[in-house]
Design a protein around this ligand. Structure first.
Ligand SMILES: C[S@@+](CC[C@H](N)C(=O)[O-])C[C@H]1O[C@@H](n2cnc3c(N)ncnc32)[C@H](O)[C@@H]1O
Length: 252
């Protein structure tokens, strides 16, 4: 498996100034990795439409708007880029289900503990992993996500990061998350003829090291990974049994 940072085209992805400049230059809208239509089966399965949802690092994606059209009632969108937030607030001022706030996901102290039923992250932890002090930023962000989730709440992470580089961060006992993994091909990928008929809607079971099983065949090498992390109630802590995947040099 690769070093995480080798997947970053630029280390500026962790920098607010980079994102402000990019949003000024490009305007419009852009969804990283996947559109809502492809993610809908997973989102509808795990996140009821009545949930209070936090979209971390919303950027100028259409995702939240599509979710509101699909019945989601309360989506708080945050991003470090004030340019993106102002653009999106203006664009969606007539959609009361969507709210916007400029915020650094490493410090969301504006919100009290247990504020949200679900947190959705499409590409934002990935951006932090490309910045300086990546492991510290990741643990600050994930600590905040864990604090803001109600017991039983869901953190859904959509990422390019395979389990070797994401599980060491997600499996820390302090978060007390039960983690399910799904793997979906990038948009437009065509299955080779004669390939397996396995369904992307089935979770992939990791081995005891928190890695993909050795015989797992990833049809699209540029697949995306969906980690569904459920915050267990405090009284269900299973620390003695929970595997802890080590943070090695490869994932720092
Ligand atoms: C890869 S883009 C993904 C945007 C959007 N979620 C999507 O799916 O298209 C990452 C987003 O994270 C935001 N971001 C980066 N670092 C952040 C931080 N520390 N706090 C909040 N947002 C951040 C960027 O401004 C950018 O909008």
């Amino acid at each position: 498996m690769y070093r995480d940072v080798s997947s970053c085209n630029t280390y500026n992805y962790g920098d607010a100034l980079y994102w402000d400049a990019r949003y000024i230059q490009e305007g419009g809208s852009f969804d990283w990795y996947q559109r809502y239509s492809a993610l809908r089966p997973f989102i509808r399965k795990y996140i009821p439409t009545s949930s209070r949802v936090l979209m971390v690092g919303c950027g100028n994606a259409v995702m939240s708007e599509d979710m509101a059209k699909d019945g989601y009632e309360d989506i708080m969108n945050v991003d470090i880029s004030s340019v993106a937030i102002e653009m999106m607030r203006k664009k969606h001022e007539c959609i009361p289900q969507l709210k916007y706030m400029q915020m650094d996901v490493r410090d969301m102290s504006f919100f009290p503990d247990d504020s949200f039923d679900s947190v959705i992250d499409k590409g934002t932890l990935d951006s932090l992993m490309c910045g300086t002090d990546a492991p510290i930023s990741a643990s600050q962000m994930l600590g905040e996500v864990s604090r803001l989730l109600k017991p039983g709440g869901i953190y859904m992470l959509i990422t390019y990061g395979d389990p070797s580089v994401r599980m060491p961060h997600l499996s820390r006992p302090v978060y007390n998350w039960k983690i399910m993994l799904y793997i979906i091909p990038r948009p437009g990928f065509e299955k080779p003829t004669g390939s397996s008929t396995k369904s992307y809607l089935e979770p992939v079971v990791l081995n005891e090291k928190g890695l993909l099983p050795e015989d797992y065949v990833m049809e699209d090498p540029d697949s995306h990974f969906i980690y569904v992390c459920t915050k267990k109630a405090d009284d269900t802590k299973e620390l003695s049994n929970a595997p802890i995947y080590q943070l090695t040099a490869d994932v720092l």
